[in-house]
Design a protein around this ligand. Structure first.
Ligand code: HEM
Length: 498
């Protein structure tokens, strides 16, 4: 005769397990049938699960996947059971306008991986408003003007190093040198001292640590549960990340202390930085020193790859358009010695090249996620309840063929007549109260970079398909930021240099 415990197992497998599975299926069917986004166009899978979207995100294909959904379903598309992507100027205005009630989501704090919020990650409108007032004074045109001399010096050093590389190898990796340039500039602008990567030609420990941390951001967001479990283990990758974070804090602390001594000794004549006003706020006790360090690290993350990626794609696109490149070389050749940004910003072709690069290759291609506020919102006749997430990806807005003729073509001449529709569909720097703080700073740096580059390489550049480098290396991958897949960009002079 069977013992009672032996009888229990078939009972479990025959009745209980199927009952649990049925209950789970019924619950899933119920959530699908009552999902408030069920009437919105989108693939059926996006109603059942976010796994398809997650897969696209983890493989760097998020923006291209969503763009394909827009082509199929139209401007308003459901991308997961609780998230929409919108490709529509009116919707973009509603979400990203000044005073918008659509707040940043938890994505930002998980992505940055710190419990201490900064101006980029804050989800609290009041805190953000106050802190942004303090920080934005450092980014005004007047403040950036004071930093222009060291921006120009770093740019000139970068271009000299590129010329040396061309003389040595016959080609140059512009992505590498623009990365070093942007990092040195932002180091000096944040800590009062360059990271000296242009001088040494190598990444320093702080930057390689920062890149390791930043590259994990999207995994923290998409695999949060798993990451939290692994973090509890006494060994493994998360422990290494904690060691990196401790090393970076110590570095930031040293750099801040160094600047502090100079600031305290002579506050009126100390070198201006993007944090000068914050040092004053720490001095008078209205800001925690930790907050200042977090902002400094935030600027380095926000201001390095973004600027380098934009400069790289400008050179890459021009390397395939000899006539436009020649015209730009002529435009910058006539600049007076010691030119500054006041002159650079009057150069029409330089401006159009920059605009067109920001259109076709925005450094942040993906949607900037925001939570729908209390009371919900209407988009294209659909009601979207509070708490759902919406985003508008620059990649798709910048390729809308009803606004941009021949949108996949790099064509600076389209900016000769900039229409209202073009302005309304242009979001390379986000918008409203969360618009990029460093927009003006980045443009000054990029104008100097391109002017110096084409004054030095005045014979023009062409792609250099060497060392296995191909067009594929230049396809963007999107992990919030969108650098070229190969993390390299080789170009070479069209003729020998004079
Ligand atoms: C071409 C270069 C750049 C591009 C394309 C770019 C793009 C962006 C975008 C799209 C956002 C909005 C993010 C969001 O709403 O989720 C943003 C925000 C921000 N950017 Fe930039 N950025 C660039 C350069 C810089 C530089 C050089 C700095 C600092 C020196 C900087 C600092 C910031 C900060 C602090 C924010 C957060 C602002 C806030 O939430 O109030 N950026 N940037």
């Amino acid at each position: 005769m069977d013992s009672p415990s032996v009888q229990k197992t078939p009972y479990l497998t025959i009745y209980l397990l199927p009952a649990i599975i049925l209950a789970l299926l019924a619950y899933k069917a119920y959530t699908i049938a009552t999902n408030p986004l069920r009437h919105i166009p989108g693939p059926w899978i996006s109603l059942c699960t976010n796994l398809r979207l997650k897969y696209a995100i983890l493989t760097g294909e998020r923006v291209r996947y969503i763009h394909s959904l827009h082509s199929r379903y139209g401007p308003i598309v459901r991308i997961s059971p609780s998230e929409l992507d919108l490709c529509d100027a009116a919707a973009a205005k509603t979400v990203y306008k000044m005073g918008s009630r659509f707040m940043k989501t938890r994505f930002y704090s998980v992505f940055t991986g710190s419990k201490v919020v900064n101006v980029f990650s804050s989800q609290d409108a009041q805190w953000h408003g106050q802190h942004r007032r303090l920080t934005s004074a450092n980014f005004s045109e007047q403040s950036v003007k004071k930093m222009e001399p060291f921006i120009a010096q770093n740019v000139q050093l970068a271009v000299r190093r590129m010329r040396e590389e061309v003389q040595r190898l016959g080609y140059v990796d512009v992505f590498k040198w623009f990365m070093f340039m942007a990092t040195d500039v932002i180091g000096e602008a944040s800590f009062g001292e360059s990271f000296r990567m242009l001088e040494t030609g190598k990444e320093n420990q702080y930057i390689s640590d920062l890149e390791t941390l930043a590259s994990k951001g999207i995994y923290r967001v998409e695999l949060e549960g798993l990451v939290n479990i692994v973090a509890k283990l006494p060994f493994g990758p998360v422990k290494e990340i904690l060691r990196i974070a401790a090393r970076m804090n110590a570095y930031a602390e040293d750099s801040v202390q160094r600047y502090w001594r100079l600031y305290s000794a002579d506050p009126e004549n100390v070198k201006p930085t993007l944090l000068t006003k914050e040092y004053a706020a720490v001095e008078d006790g209205t800001l925690e020193p930790l907050q200042l360090r977090r902002d400094a690290s935030g600027y380095i993350i926000a201001g390095t790859d973004t600027t380098a990626v934009t400069g790289t794609y400008a050179v890459w696109e021009l390397s395939k358009l000899p006539e436009v490149q020649e015209a730009l070389c002529r435009e910058v050749a006539d600049l007076p010695e010691g030119f500054d940004d006041e002159i650079l910003r009057t150069l029409p072709l330089l401006d159009r090249v920059l605009q067109e690069t920001l259109r076709l290759h925005p450094a942040v291609e993906q949607g900037l996620p925001r939570a729908v506020p209390d009371g919900g919102a209407e988009f294209g006749g659909y009601h979207v309840p509070a708490g759902q997430v919406v985003g508008i990806q620059a990649y798709s807005m910048h390729r809308d063929s009803t606004v941009w003729r021949d949108p996949e073509t790099f064509d600076p001449s389209r900016w000769e007549e900039s229409t209202k529709a073009m302005q309304d569909n242009f979001y390379p720097f986000g918008g409203g109260s969360r618009v990029c703080l460093g927009m003006h700073f980045a443009k000054v740096e990029l104008r100097h970079a391109l002017a110096n580059f084409y004054r030095t390489f005045d014979v023009g550049m062409k792609p250099a398909f060497v060392q296995g480098f191909t067009e594929k290396d230049m396809e963007a991958v999107s992990y919030f930021l969108s650098p070229p897949r190969g993390k390299r960009c080789y170009v070479m002079p069209r003729k020998s240099l004079s």
